[in-house]
Design a protein around this ligand. Structure first.
Ligand SMILES: [Zn+2]
Length: 488
């Protein structure tokens, strides 16, 4: 009942019982902790008077802590309070009545202690059950039998594709909306989804298998659609694109934004030009934004020829790469049996993370931190814990963290070999973007570094550390390139 309704009922009660109301006190602060202002004022007043009574809704309105309760009982003992009436609780100032009152105050305290416990228990239970009780988010369907959701057979796959495309940076939010529309994912009017909807989709933690309950995410008991690794990769791309950047002209030059001028360190840009015979061609030149620079331009063909030459130097023949891939597989098998201790290590990290989360919930329920901080911290912890679990799963399967990067490096050299004779400039560009370090142009020649395997694996591990909170300190050494392939 609202305070107004309680007051109304109490006035009615007083009228029926012929009680005269001297003064009305309204306390909005919870009676849980001592030190309520209005309550103290009321008690002081009573102490200065004789033969008064208190009319209250329920003992728990008067006192829900033992200090306030004790003060009232003391005044009853002192005969300052000669009558205590409650509309929902009967009391007489006799020893039995006092005893009952003490019980009532005690019960109120118990009730409020219990309430906190119940809220905690309720939350834990929800966390434990992890069911999705409302309408399924896009990509899931409700299953009335299990009272839970499950991935939609086709839409969930489309979502995975969308995440992959976005992580590869091959789409903007708008072009991703078009991509989804092609696959039948549209608004109810049949138009492509808006940018905000796409962003909501790419950040929806339900796809990680989390369940939302009032602004807050819990571990769900349904199947996730997106792996934590992919989810975090997408968040990273979203974060880098958060700052609005000047969009490039609609020309879509494949190598714009990739190279810097070696002389003045300005970016290399591109433009169309008309040749002597009237044909149009594209050329690249220094933007000269950092001041004086004596560099000329070079045609796209010349640039591509330069890049391909560089690709050839970092590529390996298929014969070599196939041999190396086979060796890696052997290494992998040797490695697998030593993974057990690392899995255990990860398990304890998972446990620690979960304990942290538990503590956070307690701290929040005790009112020690504001909700906004709690929500943010909780999101971090949940994602961390999930990433750790995923990492543990990876270990259980493969047992090490250098095999995949090494394999990726070998496949890159294989791809470099393939691209050195390809005509797909965009593919060449995105490959250089991926493997090339510090791409520069000077005197019509293009350069970029390519990592040797140990560097590559190390950088991938560093990336893994960011993505997966890789906790293992002791790692097996990466095999040397010689041991992989004597020819190189
Ligand atoms: Zn320059």
């Amino acid at each position: 009942m609202s305070i107004e309704a309680q007051l109304f009922e109490l006035r009615e009660f007083a009228r029926k019982e012929n009680l005269e109301i001297v003064e009305t006190f309204q306390e909005s602060r919870s009676a849980k902790t001592p030190g309520r202002e209005v309550f103290n004022k009321m008690m002081e007043k009573i102490e200065s008077m004789e033969n008064v009574g208190i009319l209250a809704w329920h003992p728990d309105r008067l006192a829900r802590n033992s200090v306030d309760g004790g003060r009232i009982i003391y005044l009853v003992d002192q005969k300052k309070i000669t009558s205590l009436r409650f509309s929902t609780f009967w009391f007489e100032p006799t020893p039995q009545g006092l005893f009952m009152l003490q019980v009532a105050f005690g019960q109120s305290k118990y009730y409020s202690d219990n309430l906190t416990q119940n809220v905690k228990r309720g939350m834990r239970q929800k966390v434990r059950r992890g069911e999705w009780l409302t309408k399924a988010p896009f990509g899931y369907v409700n299953n009335p039998k299990t009272r839970n959701i499950e991935p939609h057979p086709t839409y969930s796959k489309i979502i995975v594709r969308a995440f992959l495309e976005y992580a590869k940076k091959s789409h903007t939010l708008v072009s991703l909306a078009d991509f989804l529309a092609l696959h039948g994912v549209t608004t109810s009017k049949g138009t492509p989804l808006g940018k905000a909807s796409i962003k909501r989709m790419l950040t929806n933690r339900a796809y990680l298998g989390f369940v939302k309950h009032h602004e807050e995410w819990f571990d769900g008991s349904f199947a996730p659609i997106i792996s934590p690794k992919l989810f975090e990769a997408v968040q990273k791309v979203l974060a880098t694109r958060e700052r609005p950047r000047k969009t490039k002209t609609g020309h879509n030059f494949p190598f714009v934004g990739l190279f810097r001028c070696e002389e003045c360190e300005s970016m290399i840009t591109a433009q169309w030009a008309t040749g002597k015979c009237g044909g149009k061609y594209r050329y690249y030149r220094c933007t000269k934004k950092k001041g004086k620079c004596g560099q000329g331009y070079l045609s796209e063909e010349a640039l591509v020829a330069e890049i391909k030459e560089r690709l050839q130097t970092i590529s390996l023949s298929d014969e070599n790469t196939d041999y190396m891939l086979k060796r890696v597989e052997e290494f992998e098998q040797e490695e697998n049996h030593s993974s057990q201790s690392r899995v255990q290590n990860l398990s304890s990290k998972v446990k620690a993370s979960e304990e942290k989360l538990d503590k956070l919930v307690s701290v929040y329920l005790d009112g020690d931190i504001p909700k906004s901080v709690y929500i943010k911290k909780k999101d971090e912890l949940m994602r961390e814990s999930l990433a750790l679990k995923e990492k543990r799963k990876d270990f259980e399967h493969s047992g090490n963290n250098w095999v995949e990067p090494l394999r990726e490096w070998i496949l890159d050299t294989k791809q470099a070999n393939f691209l050195s004779s390809s005509a797909d400039f965009h593919e060449i560009s995105s490959f250089v973007k991926k493997v090339g370090t510090n791409p520069t142009v000077r005197d019509k020649s293009a350069r970029f570094g390519a990592p040797v395997p140990s560097e590559f694996v190390a950088s991938r591990r560093a990336l893994g550390k960011v993505l997966n909170c890789d906790p293992t300190g002791n790692r097996t050494p990466i095999p040397s390139l010689k041991s992989l392939c004597p020819n190189r």
